[in-house]
Design a protein around this ligand. Structure first.
Ligand code: ATP
Ligand code: MG
Length: 466
């Protein structure tokens, strides 16, 4: 493959961003074959914002066969990736560049639409079927920016706005509603009023979308750290994505600890957690931490609400919800554990903290990270309650610091972190067999209780002197 670029297309920039060498090679190869090609979508949007982009998409007047031929003729490798949707991937300068044929449909993801693509005759037609104005711009190094829907203005105004009639676009493909929220969260944008109205009105259409696609978009929203805003601003849509959330909306807690209903509290907790840490396990746990509350509500004789058992019920429900949304099994386990322990009383006291760490360690997960996330969740939970509960945050930070020290000091909280191994006992003359396991358990109890340091000789001496 030629390493140099002998094209007039190189050297042009869009707001200071220069397309990658591979992208220019692909564009030149297509145009050298007499086709018309443009850079489109996310790259153009991000370049105009002065933000980095992870990839660059090209759209082209040729059929996928014509595009493939043009690339091959220029010595560029071709993968026939999405030929059903008119797409190929060019392999140029170590990059993968997606090339799609101008088309009038093909983005529909709800299964209601024909699988074959209908080719469009112009780039203008191709742009018309794209989802949002900020995603519907094309740029060419020589022909410049093609912005038919004032995407640039919306970038300046910080608005996500559907191309065309929003409700019609959401009817065509309901997944676009979650994409709208994902882009708004990611870019920190507001929703154009007509688009926002359609999001609320068309929310029930989300039922037609495959749950794993909903799951992908939801994790995309959570990854922005602004899931709390999504809950607050687009409740109809978020409840359509997770119907269990609907029971939380307007569910009064009738408790002096709470000034918000379960749903608004959840939104605040997710927002507070997302400001600090966007780890997927923490985000999912924050989103679903109180999902068990409506099922567990009781009112006592003083008219006070209680939610006994809601962490366990929540963990159970969260597993079902995340499984339905095709989330990975380890993520489900971690989120469900965080939910299970989010309300557990804890003290800044060695044995108490090691006991909680032992619960996490028993599941063979990364205990120090999960403990940190548990404190993030507890902190966010406290921030989402009545101001009288905010004082608990100092305790949480004290506990977080103590756990950090316990880990740094090499304290044991599991058989794996115990400084004594079965082979040490055998070397010391203990007969192999189930007795070894019981001795290790006793050593763990003793060191966790502070009776003996977590050091091999000390643990051995302790056991052999018993
Ligand atoms: P990202 O940085 O997340 O990849 P992107 O804008 O590149 O952002 P993609 O999902 O990769 O988003 O899609 C590329 C482009 O294809 C979008 O910018 C948009 O123009 C168009 N597009 C993608 N999905 C849809 C859809 N469901 N409906 C309409 N247009 C879509
Ligand atoms: Mg993209």
């Amino acid at each position: 493959m030629a390493a140099t670029l002998d094209t007039t297309l190189a050297g042009h920039a869009l707001c200071g961003t220069v397309p990658s060498e591979g992208a220019i090679r692909v564009l030149s190869a297509l145009e050298a074959a007499g086709l018309e090609a443009w850079f489109v979508g996310g790259w153009v949007r991000d370049a105009l914002r002065g933000a980095p982009s992870h990839d660059i998409d090209v759209c082209c007047s040729g059929s996928w066969q014509e595009s493939a031929q043009a690339l091959s003729a220029a010595g560029i490798g071709v993968v026939e990736s999405g030929t059903r949707f008119g797409g190929i991937t060019g392999l140029a300068s170590g990059e993968r560049i997606e090339v799609t044929t101008y088309r009038v449909d093909g983005f529909y993801t709800d299964g209601r639409h024909p699988e074959s693509i209908v080719r469009a005759s112009s780039v203008e037609e191709d742009l018309a079927r794209r989802d949002f104005t900020v995603n519907a711009m094309a740029w060419h190094p020589e022909r410049g920016l093609l912005d038919l829907y004032d995407g640039r203005g919306d970038l300046r105004r910080g608005l996500i706005r559907a191309v065309g009639e929003p409700w019609r676009r959401f009817e065509e493909d309901a997944l676009r509603m979650l994409r709208a929220v994902r882009f708004a969260c990611r870019l920190g944008f507001a929703m154009d009023p007509a688009t926002a109205e359609a999001l609320a009105a068309c929310a029930p259409l989300l039922d037609a979308v495959a749950r794993e696609r909903v799951g992908v978009e939801l994790s995309g929203i959570l990854a922005t750290g602004r899931g709390g805003e999504a809950l607050e601003r687009y409740p109809e849509l978020m409840c359509a994505a997770i119907p269990e959330l609907a029971a939380c909306r307007g569910f009064a807690q009738q408790s002096p600890y709470h000034i918000y209903d379960v749903y608004d509290h959840t939104a605040r907790v997710l927002a507070a957690a997302g400001e600090e840490n966007t780890a997927p396990s923490l985000m999912w746990a924050a989103l679903l931490h109180d999902i068990g509350k409506p099922d567990c509500f009781t009112l006592d004789e003083h008219g006070r609400g209680h939610f006994y058992g809601h962490p366990e019920r929540g963990a159970e429900l969260a597993e079902g919800i995340m499984h339905r949304l095709a989330q990975p099994a380890p993520l489900i386990r971690e989120a469900s554990l965080l939910i299970r322990y989010h309300d557990r009383p804890m003290r800044a006291e060695r044995t108490n903290l090691l006991g909680v760490m032992r619960l996490f360690a028993g599941t063979a997960l990364d205990t120090p990270r999960l403990m940190n996330e548990l404190f993030d969740l507890k902190r966010a939970d406290a921030l989402g309650k009545a101001p009288s509960c905010h004082g608990y945050i100092d305790d949480i930070e004290r506990m977080r610091e103590m756990v950090r020290e316990l880990v740094a000091n090499g304290e044991a909280y599991s058989i794996a972190t115990l400084a004594l191994k079965g082979r040490d006992l055998i070397a010391a003359g203990v007969a192999p067999g189930p007795g070894i396991g019981r001795m290790l358990d006793r050593a763990l109890e003793a060191t966790m209780a502070g009776e003996v340091p977590n050091r091999t000789e000390d643990l051995l001496a302790y056991l052999l002197s018993e």
